[in-house]
Design a protein. Structure first.
Length: 168
């Protein structure tokens, strides 16, 4: 897909654009139905409860872990940790609130490198700190409904022999 929404739409609808509107709509519904079924099958193959893109982002962030020189647990009940980085910057990570004072965790809803350092030190599971919106359970809700085909009786179509619009 392209980042530009209109170009993505045009690519998606390339072969349907020249069709009459009812056929364009039906073709679009079929494509969405096929995409839903493909995603449902892909979800069953996911490990750790997150998709491959999120898995990649977590691995990339994990590669950044190591800049914390000192880590101090302030409160086990609130899950608050103080981190001093190699550049003498101090940050606060709160595991129970899923926040870091760098704000990266709150913006992306994925643990930042600082949070991952704490999670790794405490031998916790990083996937438990990923926002629910990235998990298979949320995707299952999106894709749980079926896309139903539409009937086309009484719709117009182009007669291949005469190249004229027929029906309707």
């Amino acid at each position: 897909m392209n980042n530009n929404a209109i170009e993505s739409w045009n690519k998606w609808m390339l072969f349907l654009r020249c069709m009459p509107i009812p056929w364009l709509v039906i073709g679009h519904i079929q494509k969405i139905g096929q995409k839903f079924e493909k995603r449902k099958k892909e979800m069953q193959l996911l490990k750790n409860g997150v998709g491959s893109k999120i898995e990649g982002k977590l691995r990339e962030t994990l590669g950044l872990v190591g800049s914390a020189m000192e880590m101090t647990l302030f409160s086990s009940t609130t899950g608050e940790y103080g981190l001093q980085l190699t550049n003498n910057r101090r940050l606060v990570v709160n595991l129970s609130r899923r926040t870091c004072s760098c704000r990266w965790w709150q913006l992306r809803r994925l643990p930042c490198a600082h949070a991952m350092a704490v999670i790794e030190r405490e031998k916790l599971r990083v996937y438990d700190y990923v926002s629910d919106c990235y998990k298979v359970s949320a995707q299952a809700i999106v894709y749980m409904n079926a896309i139903h085909p539409l009937e086309t009786h009484d719709s117009t179509h182009v007669d291949q022999g005469t190249d004229q619009v027929v029906g309707g």
